[in-house]
Design a binder for this molecule. Sequence first.
Ligand code: GDP
Length: 545
Amino acid sequence: GILVGMVPGILTDYDSPSTNDNDVHHQARRRRTFAIIAHPDAGKSTLTEALALHARVITEAGVTHGKQGRHASMSDWGTMERERGISISSTALRFEHGNVIFNLLDTPGHADFSEDTYRVLTAVDCAIMLVDSSRGMETQTLKLFAVCKELGLPVVTVFNKWDRPGQETLELLDEVQEATGRLPVPLNWPVGIAGDFRGLYDPESGNYTRLSRTNAGASLAQADVMSPEEAAVDAGDAWEAAREDCDIAVSLNGNFDSEEFLAGRATPVLFAAAASNFGVAPLLDFLVNRAPAPGPRPDTGGTLRPLDSDFSGFVFKMQSGMNPAHHDKLAFVRVCSGTFQRGMTLRNESSGKPVSSKYTHHMSGRDRDSADESWPGDVVGFSNASGLRIGDTVHAGEAVAFPRLPHFNAEHFRMVRGLDPSRSKAFARGISHLEEEGTIQVLYRGFGTSQTPIFAAVGVLQFDVALDRLKREFNAPAVVEEALPYEMARDLYGPDPVQTAKAAAIDVVYRSNGNPVGLFRNQWKLGRTMTDSPELFGITEDEAK
Ligand code: GDP
């Protein structure tokens, strides 16, 4: 059933913390690593706060930096972020509820940052899709659902802002199914139409949780739970209507089925008003009881790496600019197997070089014993991580590699030019730094980085971010020129890809490592080249069709 209100320590399904703290399976079972994704403005920040409030925030990743414990909340990073009120960098927020540890990885809040969001989503075990009920499926909602599908991520859907006038419940469910192909399975049902939110019906227990108006704002919702009989008196027709509609949805789409959820064929649905802290407890309850714990992850060879193997993890995010004077870098690693302990001997699989684990930021548990340890599902921030790149695997013991994150198909291309000739070295350094960090893709007309670089972006806001960082962090003011007349880019493969591409009148540019990239003016040209020369794209003739 649904856990109402906040009752710390109620969860007894998990072994007591004292018994087998050192057992990696036990530690993994207690963890939930997830992200909240949404079209901007759906209420992600509001829900994050509400969740943390219901649970209890214990630590924020990356907040303590250096020995003195100097605090710099990650959301404070970057002046642009503050000025524009958009979230550019990802935060890992950690909180505990009962004996379960949540790692909530934040995804950038702007519609343009899908590349960064994608990387964060490779590091989580499930996603919460937050939808503004009055708006339904929006462009970013659909894109994100598609990304989750590609990554095989289970998604729970939360319809937020139910206190606002909006669409019909059943219509919203239809929309989800049509747009995403996932079967929406209601876990609770709103009593009262959108705009007149009275409370929630729980089809499993049959109970009614009344929305208590006095609880709006920052206090914990101490919700009233009522029996069906009491609900009928309290909510009258609205109660009957909710039960009828919910029964229809359940009879059409079935009850919650763990297998269907984990396989991405069904998406459980919850209703909420995050701004009033309402509907947050059932979500937390869902995460505790039904969301997946970290499991074995496939390496590049497709072999599942057991949780109790030596420590391993991969870099899903690079962050810098906390201190512009020092170009300091923080690499965020998702732990996939084993135990991480500060000071342990580690290697970067891609370079074979040692990685210092001395300067790391953990999200630590409440008890001191675990303060220096991380387990599968956790995130560890490595500082002074200049040798690490996005996608690198860090491991103890025998080498292992997790699949590298893909390059995104950029859609916007502009030449970038430094404005101050005396800063040309800083400009070049900045460009390669931004590329390494995955802020923007950088392409060159020919081999060697002495040429005018081209910024290739998935979303146009990336140009602003890159230019802002060049100026602020590298004191290398730059401008981008007019948009180049291409709509897509693809990495080129096969024997002699440059000759083949040029023969097909495709413009070829290069990544900094020398890999050729074809630029296409439109979908038609790309499609035609794929049919004519599938080997260029590393695919077979059949796949090209
Ligand atoms: P984000 O862009 O997804 O992080 O959205 P925010 O959390 O910043 O919320 C966007 C706006 O929606 C803010 O003005 C919130 O106060 C408001 N909001 C969030 N949740 C609710 C809700 O449940 N009901 C109503 N009416 N407004 C909400």
